[in-house]
Design a protein around this ligand. Structure first.
Ligand code: SF4
Length: 86
């Protein structure tokens, strides 16, 4: 399973990808992101595009090994941490 450290930066930077635009509350932050807890308020029922493991199975498993796919996602996490403040 993908090890999300719950920083919330992906949920606060939705403008980085158009596929998340329908979740944007208007300022780049997801309408389901809870700023008090720094967690997703619908986590158990979050969209497929927010679920790294489901996305792998559905779209990427034919082209990438799981560890390669995870590593790419961890790099994206690190880029957010280095370049964008929550
Ligand atoms: S639905 Fe949840 S996991 Fe997806 S971007 Fe919004 S807060 Fe984050």
């Amino acid at each position: 399973m993908f090890k999300c450290d719950k920083c919330g930066l992906c949920c606060m930077n939705l403008r980085r990808s158009k596929i998340y635009s329908y979740l944007d509350r208007g300022d780049g932050v997801c309408k389901y992101y809870c700023e008090n807890t720094h967690l997703c308020s619908i986590y158990e029922n979050r969209p497929e595009i927010c679920n790294v493991d489901k996305m792998y199975i559905k779209y990427f498993s034919n082209d990438f090994k799981m560890d390669e796919y995870y590593e790419t996602n961890y790099i994206a996490c690190q880029m957010l941490k280095e370049n964008f403040v929550g």
